[in-house]
Design a protein around this ligand. Structure first.
Ligand SMILES: [Zn+2]
Length: 107
């Protein structure tokens, strides 16, 4: 039920750059945590077709399309009830600079 008219293009900030992607209102609320900036690390993994362009700080350049996404599912037990389900990086396709990292826990 992802109707296109519900998606809005937003700027997503990362430590090594930023990206522009289309988010649903729900994803935006979830990722912004009440502040005006939206961070890639809070959004987690978005499908690549959501991205329109990204900017790499190392290249000091903007590229169209999505950054590369590299992730693994370690399922690592970190505490009694906390498990690291997924960790991933958003990476510049030209220079492999990490734009942002994210971690997903079971809670
Ligand atoms: Zn780059």
């Amino acid at each position: 039920m992802n109707r296109n008219e519900d998606l809005e293009e937003k700027k997503l900030l990362g430590s090594g750059g930023h990206a522009f992607a289309k988010l649903t209102e729900q994803e935006e609320v979830k990722a912004s945590l009440g502040v005006p900036q939206i961070f890639l690390s809070n959004v987690g993994r978005l499908s690549e077709d959501r991205f329109t362009k990204y900017h790499c700080n190392k290249c000091a350049k903007e590229y169209s399309g999505s950054p590369a996404i590299s992730y693994e599912n370690p399922n690592e037990q970190l505490g009694e009830n906390v498990m690291l389900i997924e960790k991933g990086d958003y990476i510049c396709r030209k220079c492999n600079n990490i734009l942002a990292i994210y971690r997903k826990f079971n809670k």
